[in-house]
Design a protein around this ligand. Sequence first.
Ligand code: ADP
Length: 573
Amino acid sequence: MTEDENSRVMLKPLVFRADDTTPEIVKNVLLERGWKKFNEHVQDVGDWNLYWRTSSFRMIDYKNVKPWQRLNHHPGTITLTRKDYLARHLKHMKGIYGASLYAFSPLTFIMPYEYIKFVAEYSREKEALGKKPSYWICKPAKLSRGRGIKIFSDLKDLIFDCTTVVQKYISNPFLIAKYKCDLRVYVCVAGFWPLTIYIYQEGLARFATEQFDLTNLKNNCAHLTNSSINIAGASYKKNKVGVGRGCKWTLTRFFSYLRSNDVDDLLLWQRINHLVILTMLSIAPSVPFVSNCFELFGFDILIDDKFKPWLLEVNYSPGLSLDCSIDESVKRKLIHDIIELMHFNQTHLRNTKKESSKASGPWTDIFGTESNKYGDNGTSNHWCTFSWAEGIRDRVHETSSHWTNISLFGEKTRVHASSKYTPYNKDSHHSSIISLLGFTGRTTDKDFSALRKEGKDSHKQGITAKLRKKASRVSLSQDFQKIRARKNIFNSIHFFPSSKPCEIKKNATPYFQSDKGIKPCSHAGDFVLIFPFNEATIAATRNGLDLKKVIHELHKLTNKQPTLGVVDKIKKM
Ligand code: ADP
């Protein structure tokens, strides 16, 4: 590319495609960032970089996606976000890996199929509790925003007319000034092949607007924390003692509240991280291999009075409407950070149709092929390009002033001359450290950059230090041939009937991000990489997902967790 061509390209804006379901905030953020909206009347059909919609895509959309384009849903993830499907996935994992690992999911029955089983459990519990009541919650499988939900104690109050889940009602929630709350935790899966999970360090605590009261199960404003329900409640605008006006806090405020009451918020956050990973693992093997996708999920997590996190549900296209100033501050930055995480940059513009004939169709990785740095604010928001690929330097065969062509698996790939090729480069080591810190816990006490520095300087911190050391020795012996020839594991683990395999993958040779030697960045904005989290889990995802190995690693971590220190003070609140 000549200099002239280069500078013309640099002036061309990125383009997003939107439809009636695209959230306003997404469009606004993209426009703020200088993106242009796709206009099908004047632009070519493939001249866009991102298509973001609330509803799912058709298989043909995945099939037609170009290397420079991204879609905001993976295929098949609906099986995580429908309440009955999720229950089945988690039950399946409990069956294989033991109930204790998945003890974060409340006991759930799917109606009408498991009615008999439920009645047996209900009767067993009733007998065990004697006169004490037991509580259940009944939720229509396909509905959201608290619609159709009922809490009951007596079997005769269980009424349903569609597929419904009946779940153990967590009757001892952690209360703040007697108000129940749950957490909305944002998770971005940048890829399922290999599994790459980011958790967002900011989020929402959503409050019920009436005080918790088990003697009145019909008061939705006391038992449900959905903002759509509470906004319409009589107490929404009231200044509620201990909680304030409205029904939301930021996650930061929630965790600092815990900290100020001597609760180990970092440990709680780590448990939430585990819950997220284990939940994603339950569907990962059944998600078809399709590149160029990412997805934002909203995890609803309830904390009980022993500070155990419970997974209530996972939301598909979590709500991005701005109901209050808290939403405005959290969700706007969330979208900005996703765009950062997706690492859109000017390199995507070079992939015009002229270049598309060289590209490998839908299997090109979603992350582009170049390392890029936004290093000016001190964050290392970049890909550790080629740190996984041994011998990559030998493959460099053509250098120009800006771009270098290298050959990988017979394909030509261009990298910016400033890319770091050296496997042991400072940055890749640095990233491993950050990733481990991110995994180890929230960084609310200290500024994240301070932690990164600490990670760099200190290597004497027990388990974390050992993990860091391990992670810095990123495996260099990538067997390219083996990767090319790896068998299609997609068909081997496929336990969920509704997640049909993607047909298009059969006649393509898929490859992973790592095939191009790209390692996901450790963080972008408030997104922190939580999976893979060490060398063993990197290896366990490289040639397909080795679930057993990953679970083994998680077991090791969870066994090392101390119990959560709770002071009496907070119990009385
Ligand atoms: P929806 O998709 O309708 O929002 P959720 O499963 O998120 O359904 O439930 C809505 C609300 O009901 C939650 O935010 C929470 O406050 C409450 N809730 C749901 N399940 C439970 C449970 N098992 N125990 C206690 N509260 C629950």
